[in-house]
Design a binder for this molecule. Structure first.
Ligand SMILES: [Zn+2]
Length: 128
C-alpha cells in the first residue's frame, strides 16, 4: 500500500505542474490578446477637417457596428461618414466627382481621404 502511494505521488505532482503550466499559458494568451485588442482599439483616431480646421474627431476604437454620422450640422456640407470595424469612409457626399467616396475605408495611421469640392478631409492619426 505504502509503495503504491509513493508511486502515485510523483505523477500527481506532475499533473499539478502540468495543470498550473496550462493555466499560465491560457492566462498569458488571454493577456496578450487583451493587450493587442486594447492597443488596436485605442490606437487610432480619425479627424474630419474643414478648410484646414479639425471639426470632428472619432476614436476609431469605439466604432465596431456601422455608424453613420451626418457632417452637415458641423460642416454645412451635405456629406456623411460611415464608421465601421474601426474604420472610416465618406458616404453620401454631395459632390460632382465622388472621388472622396472612392477612397473607401481608412484605418491605418496617415491614411487620408479628400473631398476637394467640399474642402473636407479625413485623416487617421495615432491616438494622443
Ligand atoms: Zn467628394
Amino acid at each position: 500500500m505504502e509503495q503504491n502511494q509513493d508511486e502515485k505521488r510523483p505523477s500527481r505532482r506532475l499533473n499539478l505542474i502540468l495543470a498550473v503550466v496550462l493555466c499560465a499559458v491560457v492566462v498569458l494568451c488571454l493577456v496578450l490578446l487583451w493587450v493587442q485588442r486594447s492597443r488596436q482599439e485605442t490606437g487610432t483616431v480619425a479627424k474630419v477637417w474643414l478648410d484646414g480646421q479639425v471639426v470632428l474627431t472619432f476614436d476609431l476604437g469605439d466604432y465596431e457596428e456601422s455608424t453613420l454620422v451626418d457632417l452637415e450640422p458641423v460642416t454645412g456640407r451635405t456629406a456623411k461618414v460611415e464608421l465601421k470595424d474601426h474604420q472610416i469612409r465618406f458616404v453620401q457626399v454631395d459632390c460632382p466627382d465622388h472621388v472622396c467616396e472612392g477612397y473607401g475605408f481608412l484605418s491605418q495611421v496617415n491614411q487620408t481621404a479628400v473631398c476637394m469640392p467640399n474642402r473636407l478631409v479625413i485623416t487617421v492619426e495615432e491616438a494622443p
